[in-house]
Design a protein around this ligand. Structure first.
Ligand code: SAM
Length: 207
């Protein structure tokens, strides 16, 4: 049996496909809750960083019928999986899936209306670099939506120490995430917690 817990940071090979299929299913409630914090316009161009199995890209594409969604992941196997999952909407030019890292996306300045990041910041090698890059590719007033099912609040990381170790997750307190966003120049930064749950979302706007 492959080590599936270790797969979440860069899903690869057969184990990666199992994890991608599972994330596409299991992350749906979290994704819907997170998306409830942003009003997506039908003509927006959206980037989903760390797109994994590609289900969220697909969901976003239905929210922007006159726009486009690009999914980005640094795992070549997730790019392949996500392309297969979205082949119909890729053929219709509504979706693109590209291999790349959030710290260096390669997109032009001011290209996106919205950047989304579900369950992925935990694995970024350099948060400040990633946030600076996201801000660069956003249009003025463009928004960043970060959505996470884990939180560092002094309690969660103690109760879930084994899961955190096994998945190689690096948790950052919400206060520090907010501070990092403000320090790279995002304007309004709002943090939301789901009642009686560790789920959290940060919505930040480029000035
Ligand atoms: C736990 S999965 C979440 C996938 C998807 N967003 C979801 O909610 O189902 C994390 C994903 O982020 C990707 N990832 C991690 N660090 C990344 C980085 N620095 N740049 C691009 N992708 C990254 C991984 O390859 C993986 O597919």
């Amino acid at each position: 049996m492959p080590d599936l817990w270790g797969q979440y940071r860069c899903p690869t090979g057969q184990g990666g496909r199992i994890v991608a299929e599972s994330m596409n299913r299991a992350h749906e409630p979290l994704t819907l809750w997170g998306l409830g914090h942003v009003k997506v316009e039908p003509d927006w161009v959206v980037l989903d960083v760390g797109c994994g199995g590609g289900k969220t890209v697909n969901r976003l594409a239905h929210l922007v019928p006159n726009g486009k969604v690009i999914g980005l992941d640094y795992s070549p196997d997730m790019v392949t999986y996500s392309k297969e999952f979205n082949k119909k909407l890729i053929a219709q030019n509504c979706i693109e899936i590209v291999e790349g890292s959030v710290e260096k996306t390669g997109f032009p300045d001011g290209f996106f209306d919205l950047v989304t990041a579900f369950e992925t910041y935990y694995f970024w090698s350099n948060l400040t670099e990633a946030l600076t890059e996201i801000k660069r590719v956003l249009k003025p007033n463009g928004q960043l939506l970060l959505v996470n099912e884990m939180v560092k609040d002094g309690k969660y990381e103690v109760e879930h120490a084994k899961l955190i170790k096994d998945t190689y997750v690096r948790l950052i307190p919400l206060k520090e995430l907010r501070k990092a966003m403000l320090s790279v120049g995002f304007g309004s930064v709002q943090a939301f917690m789901k009642a009686e749950s560790p789920w959290n979302t940060i919505l930040a706007q480029k000035q």
